[in-house]
Design a protein around this ligand. Sequence first.
Ligand SMILES: CC(C)(COP(=O)(O)OP(=O)(O)OC[C@H]1O[C@@H](n2cnc3c(N)ncnc32)[C@H](O)[C@@H]1OP(=O)(O)O)[C@@H](O)C(=O)NCCC(=O)NCCS
Length: 164
Amino acid sequence: MRIPFLVRAPREFLIERLQPGCGHVLAELHSEDFVRPWTDGEFEQLLAQDTVFGFAGLEIGKGSAGPVGFVLARHAADEAEILTIAVARSHRRHGLGWLLMNSVLRELHSERVEALFLEVDEANAAAIALYRRLGFREVGKRPQYYRTADSGRSGALVMRRDLR
Ligand SMILES: CC(C)(COP(=O)(O)OP(=O)(O)OC[C@H]1O[C@@H](n2cnc3c(N)ncnc32)[C@H](O)[C@@H]1OP(=O)(O)O)[C@@H](O)C(=O)NCCC(=O)NCCS
């Protein structure tokens, strides 16, 4: 007897470099999860800076629907930091966060950057799991760093990924 089961259809993504002018899309994706979402204007200001770069992920076959995830990073001298990353709830656990982070790592490798840093809410298990799998390690803590949705505070982990 055959037992029916559900298979999650794989999704494929196209990764594109972020360009000025897409601030509204980034703000919309960012607002799905962050307690203080960044505005269109804040994203545009960041995208206008020479040191800031990033990538967007579009679902192949559904590109006209616009980006379903993005990452934004800043590169200064020998070091870089992840400013933010977000994948639409509807598209999580399909490998897009991994692809976006790898695009940043590849670019920084080619520019011979020494290390990539980020800060993450210590309660954000999904993001911490992703970063650990990518080779980030904890190098510090900032207690009471983030405001939580219930007006409490949550600590931040500072993580580092060596690139050389
Ligand atoms: C963190 C985030 C970007 C991950 O994006 P994603 O596209 O779902 O991640 P991926 O599918 O590429 O996951 C890659 C790996 O990360 C880990 N991971 C991702 N989500 C996870 C979860 N919810 N629980 C446990 N591990 C998780 C797994 O190891 C996963 O590999 P696997 O699916 O083969 O097990 C996404 O959850 C998100 O946008 N969260 C809200 C915004 C946010 O928290 N940003 C980080 C701020 S520092």
